[in-house]
Write a protein that binds this ligand. Structure first.
Ligand code: HEM
Length: 206
């Protein structure tokens, strides 16, 4: 197989892996295996899936620095777009299963559950990143592309806040996600970012 064919296979495998949870939850709902509130089951799982996708996307740069493996960089855009896809499906489940497409309810919902405004801000940010993740936008934005895409960091903060607001009582799961986020973000601190290639060299020579 050519090198190009191998990378295509790798990207295809990642695509299937990211699609699988959605198919599984859909199958569970269709087969009455999603508990007493299937709509809420979908909403919560897809929301959590979106957070996973963002954390995985943000792990790719430090992993590339640590391993120099090209495969991580090749799936960055795809995983970023999966984050947006999961977040959009999460909003769709909210509109279908919680609002029942009754848009008149949205006003009172926003007052009752302000964390939805935080979620909407995060989704708007993700949509802006998705819309500017193509080659044309990269060329157009030039040097501004990189700082714009660092918006992913405050978006992660917004999602953690949205999540914290929802869980309130049971903080264990939230704390695990917040710790993973803090570790991933710590790899962006200049001394840590500079240390990663050195760590790779040290591991390679030992
Ligand atoms: C577009 C606007 C959004 C709306 C309307 C929305 C709505 C909701 C609602 C209603 C819940 C469940 C609250 C409950 O327990 O009753 C929830 C939970 C959650 N949402 Fe969102 N959300 C939005 C954006 C996002 C985004 C962008 C993400 C991440 C990509 C996200 C991730 C989560 C997570 C992780 C949970 C908690 C899941 C759990 O408890 O297991 N949400 N959201």
């Amino acid at each position: 197989m050519t090198a190009q064919g191998k990378w295509r296979l790798w990207r295809g495998g990642v695509f299937l892996a990211a699609l699988t949870p959605l198919l599984l939850w859909g199958w569970q709902v269709a087969n009455n295996a999603a508990g007493p509130e299937p709509g809420r089951y979908l909403l919560l799982n897809i929301g959590l899936g979106g957070l996973w996708m963002l954390l995985l996307t943000l792990s790719l740069t430090p992993l590339t620095k640590l391993t120099r493996w090209k495969g991580f960089a090749l799936i960055r855009r795809q995983l970023g777009l999966w984050t947006l896809a999961y977040a959009s499906l999460h909003l769709l489940s909210y509109a279908l299963f919680i609002l029942g497409l009754d848009w008149a309810m949205l006003g009172s919902e926003l007052v009752k559950r302000p964390y939805i405004i935080v979620g909407m801000l995060a989704l708007t940010g993700l949509a802006a990143l998705g819309a500017t993740s193509n080659r044309w936008a990269m060329r157009k934005l030039g040097k501004r592309w990189k700082p714009l895409h660092k918006l992913a960091y405050p978006i992660l903060g917004l999602i953690l806040l949205h999540f914290l607001w929802v869980v309130r009582a049971d903080l264990v799961e939230w704390t695990l996600y917040a710790t993973a986020s803090a570790l991933i973000m710590a790899t962006r601190l200049p001394p840590v970012a500079r240390g990663l290639p050195k760590l790779r060299q040290r591991l390679a020579s030992s």
